[in-house]
Write a protein that binds this ligand. Structure first.
Ligand SMILES: [Zn+2]
Ligand SMILES: [Zn+2]
Length: 391
């Protein structure tokens, strides 16, 4: 892209001179050293602050919300005013700026994002990409809706003109001091304020919405950039003229756009619909996931308790079984013992009974035998007596 659009005379220069890095560094050095050389006055300080606010507004309300995101409508003449105020911040032309910013949203934090701190580090996302020759030229195909206006193509090409005019005005107001503070220090502060949204606003702050990028909401950045610090809100719903979604999210650019709408300079300010405010809330997802993990934890606890109870029951049953088996064994052995005792007692009793019966029988037999013998003897004597009586 850049190679096609970069002027031939620039392409002929050594690489390090092709970048805007040299000018970038020189302006930084001058804005650090010269304030000490020229001193400060109330007028120059007021110039510095006023031009910081005015040009930051040109970037946020103009370059960003209007040209990059079409978050509201306005007339052709005021569109050109927005382009000139934005260009006076020395951040190149509106078509260049807004076209590349659309790329940032299309490819946020992927390898094709031109200033993602996740992909190429914090320093590159802050100042590396803007001083790189890779992103020098304007690709009008990225922004055909505004590229059709000749005056916008002109200001995009001669983007330094508003800054030159502004420098002359600063000189007219407060001489060299006015230039140093109004065009120098104020411009450098404005740069870093803006660049913080590309770098810090993707690193530092909180996330309200589950966007696919690393964007953050940061009240400090919102104050110094007139409302751009609500960057997570912005990535969630980028076409809104209102980036501070809730009343406590200070968004000075939006307030001024409301005022301009009230006097009829701008119109049709886009705001986030109610469902967008509630969609993809990190808190809701977090709450749901914490509920889920709570439920899972309590289910796991119940499972552990159930498993323990089953184990205990099995153990108890085993003990009961062992006790029962022991009891059965004891009873069996007792029964066997008592059976044996009874048998032996019975055997003794039976033996005794047999002995007694035998003895009695022998006695009876002896007595019978004695009685028979006695009878036989008596009979024999009687026979003998009879025989002798006969004789
Ligand atoms: Zn971003
Ligand atoms: Zn944006």
């Amino acid at each position: 892209m850049s190679d096609k659009t970069r002027p031939t005379v620039v392409k002929a220069l050594p690489f390090w001179l092709q970048t805007s890095l040299v000018g970038f560094v020189l302006i930084h050095v001058a804005s650090t050293v010269f304030p000490f050389a020229v001193g400060v006055s109330v007028k120059s300080l007021m110039l510095c602050v006023a031009l910081y606010v005015l040009r930051m507004w040109g970037i946020t309300a103009g370059y960003h919300r209007y040209f990059a995101h079409r978050a509201y409508k306005t007339s052709r003449w005021f569109q050109f005013v927005l382009a000139c105020v934005g260009a006076s911040s020395l951040q190149k032309g509106p078509l260049w700026w807004a076209g590349l910013h659309r790329m940032h949203h299309r490819w946020s934090d992927t390898p094709r994002d031109i200033h993602s701190p996740r992909q190429r580090g914090f320093l590159y996302s802050h100042v590396g990409w803007i001083t790189s020759p890779d992103h020098d030229g304007t690709d009008l195909a990225l922004i055909p809706d505004f590229a059709r206006y000749a005056e916008l193509r002109w200001i995009d090409r001669f983007h330094w003109v508003p800054f030159a005019v502004l420098t002359a005005v600063c000189f007219a107001i407060d001489g060299a001091r006015g230039v140093v503070w109004g065009a120098g220090v104020s411009t450098v502060l404005g740069w870093h304020g803006t660049f913080f949204i590309n770098s810090l606003a993707h690193v530092w702050g909180s996330r309200r919405y589950e966007t696919t990028d690393t964007s953050r909401n940061n009240p400090v950045l919102a104050l110094i950039t007139l409302g751009e610090g609500w960057h997570n809100n912005h990535h969630h719903y980028m076409n809104s003229a209102k980036q501070g979604f809730f009343w406590w999210e200070v968004d000075v650019s939006y307030y001024t756009l409301c005022a301009l709408a009230w006097v009829g300079v701008v119109r049709d300010l886009r705001r986030p619909p109610a469902h967008v405010l509630r969609d993809k809330l990190v808190g809701a997802a977090g709450f749901a996931s914490s509920k889920l993990s709570g439920a899972r934890a309590s289910a796991e606890l119940k499972l552990i308790e159930a498993r323990t109870a089953v184990g205990q029951a099995v153990e108890n049953a085993g003990e009961r079984f062992n006790e029962a088996r022991a009891a059965v064994g004891t009873a069996a052995s007792e029964a066997r013992t008592s059976l044996e005792n009874a048998a032996s007692e019975a055997r003794v009793v039976m033996g005794n009974a047999v002995d007694n019966v035998t003895l009695a029988a022998e006695t009876r037999l002896t007595e019978a035998r004695d009685a028979v013998e006695s009878a036989v003897e008596s009979a024999s004597q009687a026979v003998d007596s009879t025989a002798s009586a006969k004789n």
